[in-house]
Ligand binder design. Structure first.
Ligand code: PHE
Length: 452
């Protein structure tokens, strides 16, 4: 099977496609609202700690499993060490990625609506108007569902084109545009009157607000943002070449991902404080803050705000699609390789399941607010279940599998690409995968669920 597989074509393609999976609404939509709900700078510091101590070793572990096996996530977890039971990690990954694809598409659909509204000039008005616009749109039945489904369909169309033509090309094109546009909006936002308080909120930590819940939220955000724990990285690594340096790639991707998240914070909070939107407004934060930025910051020059607003929502949709492609790809390649279905039919299964989840999640935050589980809307429940439970569990099991169960020689061979030159780094990595990751994740769980 390995030889027939289509791989990523270039080093830069590998980094950009994997960074494309990592960078998405997790950075630009979820990171700001989680930061806002969890007190600002202190949350960010814990988040960065989670990326460095747990995220990077976790990513390397998934890379090792995927590249070594060069197959879909479920088979991959059976290849590095004997014992079929470990395949469950791959199954768990596919399930969580498909659930995420379902609710993530709801928000990606909101981006499409905002793109359309920007083009039509419908986002002009004061901040009360913009808030009402969001409430009216997200509370309606049909349009949010239509946009969510359109988004899943677009993802489907890229995925069926395959790895090199679809995923890699899309990422190479979109990632650099995303970065430049983000920088322009950050500068505009930081120049708004009263922006300083937003910058302070982002960079001046107040540890009095930190509790176990903040740790779990930061952990979940770090893993969600890195696409870690869903076997997504494992699947992408199965397309890596034998020369790819796994540690370097993981570090580069974590750096790009974190930089984009912080930039997103710098884009939202100065603007939110400037227009009087509360930082803990939740998932609607970027949708009720940014339209005002585009109007106010660029008011002096006609049309600039209009164009930037269009570009921004286009960018958000692009960032989202490079991530949804990766969520979709995990299930698609699994059904394609395991059930011997054509890529198209395999992709269709994932599309249908995600579409059903998308419809219910969309209704749960709009027209049918009775659609709840454990006191949360279905959408919030799925977000909590995946980001704060399934992803950490997936990453924890992966670290245990690679650190304790897999033969050390094979793991070392993958880490060093066959040479022993970087063995100190390997020792550090192995220590993190064996001890630091499992212990920290378990402690955070125990603390959150009241055991310690
Ligand atoms: N990392 C993506 C983002 O930040 C979301 C994602 C989660 C992608 C899990 C794949 C798997 O938007």
């Amino acid at each position: 099977m390995g030889k027939e597989r289509n791989n990523f074509g270039s080093k830069i393609g590998i980094v950009l496609a994997t960074a494309g999976s990592a960078v998405g609404l997790g950075n630009i939509w979820r990171f700001p609202f989680m930061t806002g709900e969890n007190g600002g700078a202190a949350f960010i510091l814990i988040y960065i700690g989670c990326i460095l101590l747990l995220g990077i070793p976790g990513m390397i572990s998934e890379f090792i499993v995927g590249r070594h096996a060069a197959t879909n996530a479920v088979s991959a977890y059976g290849k590095l060490a004997s014992g079929k039971g470990w395949k469950i990690i791959g199954v768990l990954g596919i399930v969580s990625a498909t659930i995420i694809l379902g609710f993530y598409s709801v928000v990606a659909g909101w981006c499409l609506q905002y793109l359309y509204a920007s083009v039509a000039g419908r986002l002009n008005g004061d901040s009360a108007y913009v808030s009402n616009y969001f409430a009216a749109f997200s509370g309606s039945v049909v349009m949010p569902i239509v946009w969510g489904l359109v988004f899943i369909l677009l993802t489907h169309l890229v995925v069926i084109r395959g790895v090199r033509n679809g995923i890699e090309k899309a990422s190479k094109m979109f990632m650099p545009i995303l970065f430049v546009l983000l920088l322009i909006i950050v500068i505009a936002s930081c120049l708004l009157p009263g922006a300083g308080r937003g910058i302070e909120f982002l960079f001046k930590p107040d540890f009095s607000k930190v509790d176990g819940g903040v740790f779990l939220s930061a952990l979940g955000q770090a893993f969600f943002s890195l696409s870690l724990g869903t076997a997504c990285l494992c699947t992408y690594a199965s397309y890596f070449g034998k020369q790819t340096n796994l540690m370097r790639s993981a570090s580069q991707i974590a750096l790009i991902d974190s930089m984009i998240a912080i930039l997103a914070g710098l884009m939202i909070f100065p603007a939110a404080f400037s227009v009087g939107v509360s930082p803990d407004s939740g998932p609607s934060l970027i949708f009720i803050t940014l339209p005002s930025v585009f109007q106010q910051a660029f008011a002096a020059v006609p049309m600039v705000g209009y164009v930037i607003s269009i570009l921004f929502y286009a960018l958000l949709a692009l960032a989202a699609i490079t991530s949804t492609i990766s969520m979709h790809e995990i299930g698609t390649v699994f059904f394609h390789e395991q059930l011997k279905l054509s890529r198209k039919s395999a992709a269709a299964i994932v599309t249908v399941v995600a579409a059903i989840i998308c419809v219910f999640c969309s209704l749960s935050v709009g027209a049918c607010d009775g659609l709840q589980l454990f006191g949360m809307s279905l959408m919030d429940f799925f977000d909590f279940l995946t980001a704060q439970i399934m992803l950490p569990v997936g990453a924890l099991l992966t670290c245990v599998y690679v650190g304790w169960v897999a033969p050390r020689k094979v793991v070392q061979h993958e880490f060093t690409n066959g040479s022993n030159a970087r063995s100190i780094l390997f020792t550090v990595y192995l220590f993190a995968a064996r001890f630091v990751c499992p212990v920290c994740i378990i402690l955070i769980f125990l603390n959150q669920f009241g055991v310690i």
